[in-house]
Design a protein. Sequence first.
Length: 183
Amino acid sequence: MEAIARQGSGILIRAGFIGSNLIRSLKQKDWEIIVIDSLIQQVHSTGKWEVPEGVTFFQNDIKDKTAVAKALDKVEYIVHLAAETGVGQSSYEIARYVGTNEYGTAVLLEEASKVLGSLKGVVLASSRAVYGEGRYHCSNCGDVFPEVRNKEDLSAGKWDHSCPVCQKALDPVPSMEDQPLSP
């Protein structure tokens, strides 16, 4: 989903989990919100979305240049959250994932380039995959960032990481935006 909202002017957002939470937060700050979302079945099982009061909603695909251009009218900020997610599906629904994630972003940026005079900012969301296996905590060594699980461990059904320094069991902890990247 894409989000566009305005504080006096607008920001474009998507209606998914992150977008819906962002919309609530921005509405509390009196932003004007414009949403474009195709409401795919995987995210919106009913194919519907309860549009919050005061939010302008376009049920369109991010790849639809005409819809994106219309949604961008008088928008000052763009928060680009439109993406297909699901690592497994991306390996057998390749065209759908590339279409939304890469081509959809290209359409949004191309249409945004036509309204540069009114834009004040663009936020592009990243994928959690850039953090690799993530951040873990070792009671001996502190926070560590394990490498990708090896084939032998996976074949043996060993899913949990061990500390790369002392081999002790690890506890998962939330990723931080400034942690080392390991896509």
